[in-house]
Design a protein around this ligand. Structure first.
Ligand SMILES: [Zn+2]
Length: 260
């Protein structure tokens, strides 16, 4: 009788212990038991500029590539509206890529453009037009603008118009004398500074080299910010390199999370 009770006791105890072991593997939150997550190596923010003049498979593939990449659209460009709708449907962040006056002569005339001769009212009017055309845009960065960006008065007027709308600003940093970043900080507009352009030269090796520079910067900075453009060669590089980098432990974050 005593033997039977002891045997049952041992049997029940074993069942409970076995149950705990099985339960641990099934319900454990510790994912390392199942898969090992790589340690975070660096945080990167990537913005893709110059959307608006074409809308084809290449553009669609770019937008579909990674929903953390920001879509920067030139206002009053032919496909601004359709591209912003497409990017929005895929939950990408959208910003206005505002044409600004440059020292270099550009052949394109933009309906919505900022230059140093505009007073505060006219700057406000252009900004209003841009955000009315692309209402889902949550911020703005400059297209070109080597001349405009060093004009303090223009930057102050821009900062006021952005602050009023609760929008952020990315200084594309097309001129080392740019007053964009510092003015936005003074006016309390969340901002960031571009560190690397990936594809000013259309050459696969050069783009890879620039991407490496951005990655290396991310080792020393909280967030490394890069700008690339809607170009087939850039798409080709990003399509192969970004998934590899993510697997290695690099994190790509949205611009709204990078501005301060
Ligand atoms: Zn641009």
């Amino acid at each position: 009788m005593l033997k039977k009770i002891t045997f049952n006791y041992i049997q029940i105890s074993c069942s409970i212990i076995f149950g705990f072991i099985i339960g641990y593997f099934i319900f454990s939150d510790d994912r390392s038991v199942i898969e090992k997550k790589p340690l975070k190596k660096g945080t990167i923010c990537l913005v893709i500029d110059d959307y608006g003049f074409i809308f084809n498979d290449m553009v669609r593939n770019f937008i579909e590539l990674n929903s953390n990449f920001t879509v920067a659209i030139i206002p009053s460009s032919p496909y601004a509206k359709i591209i912003s709708d497409y990017a929005d449907s895929l939950n990408n962040e959208i910003i206005i890529h505002m044409p600004m006056e440059s020292y270099e002569l550009e052949n394109t005339n933009y309906e919505i453009e900022l230059h140093e001769k505009l007073n505060a009212d006219l700057v406000e009017q252009k900004i209003k037009m841009a955000f009315e055309e692309i209402p889902m845009a949550i911020g703005l960065n400059n297209h070109q603008g080597s001349k405009s960006m060093e004009n303090l008065q223009l930057m102050k007027n821009l900062a006021r118009s952005l602050k009023k709308r609760d929008k952020f600003f990315l200084d594309s940093y097309t001129n080392p004398a740019s007053k964009g970043y510092i003015t936005m900080r003074q006016f309390g507009v969340p901002t960031q500074l571009r560190q690397v352009f990936l594809d000013h030269v259309e050459d696969i090796n050069k783009i890879k080299y620039n991407l490496d520079s951005l990655i290396n910067l991310s080792h020393d900075m909280d967030i490394a910010v890069g700008i690339a453009h809607v170009k087939p060669m850039t798409l080709q590089v990003l399509k192969t390199e970004i998934p590899k980098l993510e697997k290695e432990g690099y994190e790509f974050i949205r611009l709204s999370k990078a501005v301060k």
